[in-house]
Design a protein around this ligand. Sequence first.
Ligand code: DGI
Length: 136
Amino acid sequence: MRTFSIVKPDAVAAGNTGAILQSLEAAGFRLVALRLVRMTKAEAEGFYGVHRERPFFSSLTDFMSSGPAVVVALERDDAIRELRRLMGATNPADAAPGTVRARFASSIERNAIHGSDSPESAAFELGYFFPGVELG
Ligand code: DGI
């Protein structure tokens, strides 16, 4: 089964891309597709469209389009749930020790990693950045 992840601009800028990808591989995820992207504001708005009405939408999409990010398609058993567990809570103050966000996030917004939260969002998000890749 496949899911979708982003090493967010804060983590790329801080030089944490390698460490984050290593923790994904160590947890049994295989890389299916990977690309460095510089999202436009409009691309970030399309990606996070479900959050359009939230008060942080403008700030979130400014941040996501502020610098390069690494988009990744990942595969393993129970991929969606396992990635969410490895990421930790959205707010790093609540993230379990050892999770990616506990280790690398600096705030609820600059939180190092994205992971799809359902099969429906994984299908949308994989197709958004990897239109040619089999969704598996
Ligand atoms: O699926 P998650 O990334 O864990 O969280 P989400 O889908 O609820 O929110 C998407 C992103 O939006 C999250 O990674 C960071 C940002 N965000 C969520 N809640 C807040 C927020 N940003 C700010 N500034 N304030 C929030 O309360």
